[in-house]
Write a protein that binds this ligand. Structure first.
Ligand code: UT7
Length: 332
């Protein structure tokens, strides 16, 4: 049997648009308060694009930073996977737009839709191309312009989301001391109605009526998602730790999807993680859907918590429902 190769993350780049939407800005738009938002979610501000900036623009900027960090040119990229729930348009894929803007002439690619779990799903998808030896350099990008599908008169959703992008480069690891170790993914479509955007697809193509009914915006049953996320994030983390003969205290850096500070701390408590291992940056960025995990990787790096050999656990729960966890050792 052919030996599978282990993939490693060899570069990271992030980008958020410069414009900041603070809690006090939101107090002027809807009936809310800085106190409610920070105590219920942990969010203080989020970055929002100006009109005319698309997901591909954020993805491109993040990808360029990742390539620059590695000293690589766009021509070195063999495949591009863009994780997003806010593609520039339904088709062509945002991966095609990014490939063109980046000038990655030799790359193929596609978009991957798994909402907040899309980055970890894309990471594993990219890793399979490395594992089989099909490719040596895969660009995995998580990018979302959530402000394009948010109703800024709905206080239940508009305070939560922000825009951003993060990109990582995957390459074969030189040996098994670093790289992606294991993953577990789960979907549960029975939770679809808890978090979704009903309009604009083949079921409800856009019409005046769908727009009047605000079907082109995010609809969320916050409590249902919250309960599922608290239960599932911990459950899958426990399973992957157990399968690898580890406990929570073995984890050097826990990088969870940033949806709500309370979901993260509940998971960290249940797993008995070292408090200093838990990365939280939701205060600065809000929930940027597919971008939260690479943005949090960068925060971990800023805090000196990603070193060569660091044992890292990534975890996400999102619309679908989708859940994903990945265990890896940081490679550089
Ligand atoms: O990444 C995708 C996955 N998404 C998530 O993980 C989101 C998970 N859910 C959550 O994070 C929380 O459920 C929310 C932050 C969305 C909401 O927090 P909550 O503690 O579950 O609040 P709630 O929905 O139970 O609402 C409590 C009260 C309600 O008022 P009444 O009925 O008690 O009078 C809401 O109308 O808070 C009210 N409320 C607000 N008040 C001030 C809802 N949104 C706001 C707001 N400002 N922005």
């Amino acid at each position: 049997m052919t030996q599978l190769l282990r993939a490693k993350i060899s570069a990271l780049g992030i980008y958020v648009p410069p414009r900041i939407l603070s809690n006090s800005d939101l107090e002027k738009l809807v009936e809310t308060s800085d106190e409610w938002i920070t105590s219920r979610t942990g969010i203080r501000e989020r970055h929002i694009v100006d009109q005319g900036t698309a997901t591909s623009d954020l993805a491109l900027a993040a990808a360029q930073k990742a390539l620059a960090e590695h000293g690589m040119t766009p021509n070195d990229i063999e495949a591009i996977v863009v994780a997003t729930v806010t593609p520039d348009m339904l088709f062509p894929s945002t991966a095609c737009v990014v490939q063109h803007k980046l000038g990655a002439k030799g790359a193929w690619g596609f978009d991957l839709s798994a909402a907040c779990s899309a980055f970890v799903y894309a990471l594993q998808t990219g890793a399979q191309f490395i594992a089989t030896g099909a490719h040596k350099r895969v660009l995995v990008i998580g990018a979302d312009v959530m402000s394009s599908i948010i109703d800024y008169t709905d206080r239940a959703t508009c305070v939560i989301f922000g825009d951003g992008a993060g990109a990582v480069l995957l390459e074969p690891a030189e040996d098994d001391s670093v790289g992606l170790i294991d993953f577990m993914h789960e979907i549960d479509g029975s939770g679809g109605c808890a978090l979704y955007m009903p309009g604009g697809g083949s079921l409800h193509p856009s019409t005046h009526e769908t727009v009047d009914k605000k079907m082109h915006y995010v609809h969320q049953d916050g409590q249902a998602v919250f309960k599922y996320a608290v239960r599932k994030m911990a459950e899958l983390c426990e399973k992957i730790l157990q399968r690898n003969g580890l406990t929570g205290s073995d984890i050097d850096t826990f990088i969870p999807h940033q949806a709500n500070r309370r979901i993260i701390t509940a998971t960290a408590d249940r797993l008995k993680l070292k408090p200093e291992s838990v990365i939280i940056n939701i205060d600065r960025y809000g929930n940027t859907t597919a971008a939260t995990i690479p943005l949090a990787m960068e925060t971990a790096r800023e805090q000196g918590k990603l070193k060569k050999g660091s044992l890292v656990l990534l975890a996400s729960v999102g619309a679908g429902f989708t859940t994903g966890v990945t265990l890896l050792r940081w490679a550089y």
